[in-house]
Design a binder for this molecule. Structure first.
Ligand SMILES: Cc1ncc(C[n+]2csc(CCOP(=O)(O)OP(=O)(O)O)c2C)c(N)n1
Length: 279
């Protein structure tokens, strides 16, 4: 197991590489990429089984980043773990790239499922978990959903399915960063109490600070211990743009043009924090 300090540092490196990657492109989904850096660090740092040299390894765990517009954060995590060279990150969304703006399993080593059309990822994750159960395989499936994405009816169809079929190898995360593309959920479309909703569908649920890697890790491990006959969800109570005050405080931080000056400044701040051990 990696230490919590190592996981925190990994999360910061995911943020830095994500910002560098989007800087090259000039614009991108920054807010929702930042807010999943911590959960990705926990999953790729200490939870998931995978082999960067063999992304299709049969015994690996699967990850479905259902909010597929946050691809850059996933690409940063995969590059840092050695699935492909970090230099690829500079090619985000450029002609001929292996890293399109949204997750594409046919193009990027380590991406298990193509996503981008919101609402579909939990159904896909449930299907994968169902197959593992039928084949008595030990692999686990993780899914990362957006809170705005939970406005899609298909999420709740999948929730009902996963509960009925006792999909105990499935853990979902909801990035409860309170915002979607058009603004705050409370103004556009409230999702209500996410944990309570999943519990009503027969899931186990926990709510943790989405920026606290220790809490995220503990929640996953504890839920998995108790997960005899049910799927589980971890609601990540967080901030869109998290880890970078300039992004957190922007009125619109979903998809925006990132100037090289701002990118360089926030990267330097993150590097300074990391070198002082303040992350
Ligand atoms: C089916 C579908 N409708 C609309 C969109 C356009 N879209 C892209 S991101 C987004 C907002 C998603 O909000 P949320 O799930 O909260 O993601 P986050 O704020 O964490 O980035 C929307 C509506 C889409 N990708 N798919």
């Amino acid at each position: 197991m990696k230490t919590i300090e190592e996981i925190k540092e990994f999360a910061t490196k995911i943020r830095i590489e994500t910002i560098r990657c989007i800087k090259q492109r000039g614009f991108g989904h920054i807010g929702g990429s930042m807010s999943i850096a911590d959960v990705l660090a926990v999953l790729y740092g200490n939870i998931m089984k995978y082999d960067p040299k063999d992304p299709a390894w049969k015994e690996r765990d699967y990850l479905v980043v259902s909010k597929g517009h946050a691809g850059p954060a996933l690409f940063a995590a995969l590059a840092l773990k050695g699935f492909f060279p970090v230099e690829w990150l500079a090619t985000l969304s450029k002609p001929g790239t292996r890293l399109p703006s949204h997750c594409d399993r046919l193009r990027t080593p380590g991406v298990d499922v193509s996503t981008g059309s919101l609402g579909q990822g939990l159904s896909i994750a449930a299907g994968i978990a169902q197959v593992f159960g039928m084949r008595k395989q030990e692999n686990r499936v993780y899914a990362v959903l957006g809170d705005g994405e939970c406005a899609e009816g298909q999420i709740w169809e999948a929730a009902q399915y996963a509960s009925h079929y006792k999909l105990n190898r499935l853990v979902a995360f909801v990035d409860w960063n309170k915002r979607q593309v058009d603004g705050y959920l409370e103004d556009i479309m409230s999702v209500g109490d996410i944990a309570e909703k999943f519990e009503a569908f027969g899931w186990m649920a926990a709510v943790v600070d989405g920026g606290d890697v220790r809490a995220i890790q503990q929640a996953v491990l504890e839920l998995q211990k108790k997960q005899a006959d049910r799927p589980a969800v971890v609601v990540l109570d967080g901030i869109k743009g998290s880890g970078v005050p300039e992004f957190e405080q922007m009125e619109y931080n979903h998809h925006f043009a990132l100037t090289p000056e701002l990118a360089d400044k926030v990267i330097a701040d993150l590097e300074k924090q990391m070198s002082k051990g303040e992350i």
